[in-house]
Design a protein around this ligand. Structure first.
Ligand SMILES: Nc1nc2c(ncn2[C@@H]2O[C@H](COP(=O)(O)OP(=O)(O)OP(=O)(O)O)[C@@H](O)[C@H]2O)c(=O)[nH]1
Length: 203
C-alpha cells in the first residue's frame, strides 16, 4: 500500500504553564478552541498532515506540560524532535522572560540541528498586552529564528506558524539530501522571509 505521506516530522511545544500550548495544538489539529483550562500532565501528541510544496507532510505534534514538576519527563522528548516551538503569552511578562530558560533547556536536551520557532500567543487579548512585539522580534533575531504572534482562540497565524516550521525542516532535509546524493535541490521550494516578518503562507 502506498504511504499516505512523504515525510513525517516530529514537533514539540514548550513554554510556561498556561501560555496556550495545548490550545494551539488543538486549533491546529482539530480547528477547535476551549476556554476551560486543564493543565497537561506529562506529555501528549496530535497529528495533522499538511501539503507543503506538493509534499504530504505528516506532523506529529507533541504537547508538553509547562509545570516544573514534569521537567524530567518532558525534556526526555526533546531529542527526538525535529522542530521545537517556544511559546509565551503576550499578556504575561514572566512567560516571555522565561523563554531564555526554555532556550537553554533546548541547548541542553535537544539535537544540535533542531529548528526552533518563537510564538507569542493570546494576541487576541490586545488590551492586556504586556509584551511588545518589538521585544520578541529582537529576541528572535538574536537567536536567528522566526517569530509569530498567534491566537489559538481566533486562529490568527496558527496554520502559518506550523507550516513555516515544517517548511524550514523540509528545506533543511532537502539540503542534506543534496549534500549526500549530489542531486539538485527542488527549485520549486519557495523560501520564506527569514526576517520574522510573518510572511510565510501555506503552499
Ligand atoms: N484569549 C485566549 N486564551 C487562550 C489562548 N490560548 C489558550 N488560552 C487559554 O489559556 C488557558 C491555558 O491554555 P492551555 O492550552 O491549557 O495552556 P498550556 O500552555 O497547555 O498549559 P500547561 O498544560 O499547564 O503547560 C486556557 O484557559 C485557554 O483557554 C488564546 O489564544 N487566547
Amino acid at each position: 500500500m502506498a504511504k499516505a505521506y512523504d515525510h513525517l516530522f516530529k514537533l514539540l511545544l514548550i513554554g510556561d504553564s498556561g501560555v496556550g500550548k495545548t490550545c494551539l495544538i488543538i486549533r491546529f489539529a482539530e480547528d477547535n478552541f476551549n476556554n476551560t483550562y486543564i493543565s497537561t500532565i506529562g506529555i501528549d501528541f496530535k497529528i495533522r498532515t499538511v501539503d507543503i510544496e506538493g509534499k504530504k507532510i505528516k506532523l506529529q505534534v507533541w504537547d508538553t506540560a509547562g509545570q516544573e514538576r514534569f521537567k524530567t519527563i518532558t525534556t526526555a522528548y526533546y531529542r527526538g524532535a525535529m522542530g521545537i516551538i517556544l511559546v509565551y503569552d503576550i499578556t504575561d511578562e514572566k512567560s516571555f522572560e522565561n523563554i531564555q530558560n526554555w532556550m537553554k533547556s533546548i541547548k541542553e536536551n535537544a539535537s544540535a540541528g533542531v529548528e526552533r520557532l518563537l510564538l507569542g500567543n493570546k494576541c487576541d487579548m490586545e488590551a492586556k498586552r504586556k509584551v511588545q512585539k518589538e521585544q520578541a522580534d529582537k529576541l528572535a533575531r538574536e537567536h536567528g529564528i522566526r517569530f509569530f504572534e498567534t491566537s489559538a482562540k481566533s486562529s490568527m497565524n496558527v496554520d502559518e506558524a506550523f507550516s513555516s516550521l515544517a517548511r524550514d525542516i523540509l528545506l533543511k532535509s532537502g539540503g542534506r539530501r543534496l549534500k549526500n546524493n549530489n542531486k539538485p535541490l527542488s527549485t520549486d521550494l519557495k523560501t520564506c522571509d527569514k526576517k520574522n516578518t510573518n510572511k510565510c503562507s501555506l503552499a
